[in-house]
Design a protein around this ligand. Structure first.
Ligand SMILES: [Zn+2]
Length: 92
């Protein structure tokens, strides 16, 4: 958890995205923590098929994985200037 979040219960936007290119969450966009809790939601023949990821520190819902890929909406709505510029300039 970042010192900012500890004191202000709010963290400024980051420059770089908090997600990697596959939309895996590397850092919680809300508090900066790198500790996550994964919850298995569904399986197909005992193989995980849907997994929810929450931040262990602030309980923010940071990711959702299903059938081999992360939901890109979490990466696209990330609180970072990198993703903001992609959102801003991708729109026509
Ligand atoms: Zn968090």
């Amino acid at each position: 958890m970042s010192i900012w979040y500890k004191i202000f219960k709010w963290k400024p936007w980051t420059i770089l995205t908090n997600y990697d290119i596959d939309s895996k969450c590397l850092k919680c966009p809300k508090c900066g923590s790198t500790s996550f809790e994964e919850t298995l939601l569904d399986t197909v023949s005992n193989v995980p098929s849907e997994i929810d990821t929450h931040c262990l520190e602030c309980k923010e819902h940071v990711n959702y994985w299903a059938y081999g890929a992360y939901d890109p909406i979490f990466r696209l709505s990330d609180r970072s200037f990198e993703m903001w510029s992609i959102r801003r300039f991708a729109q026509k």
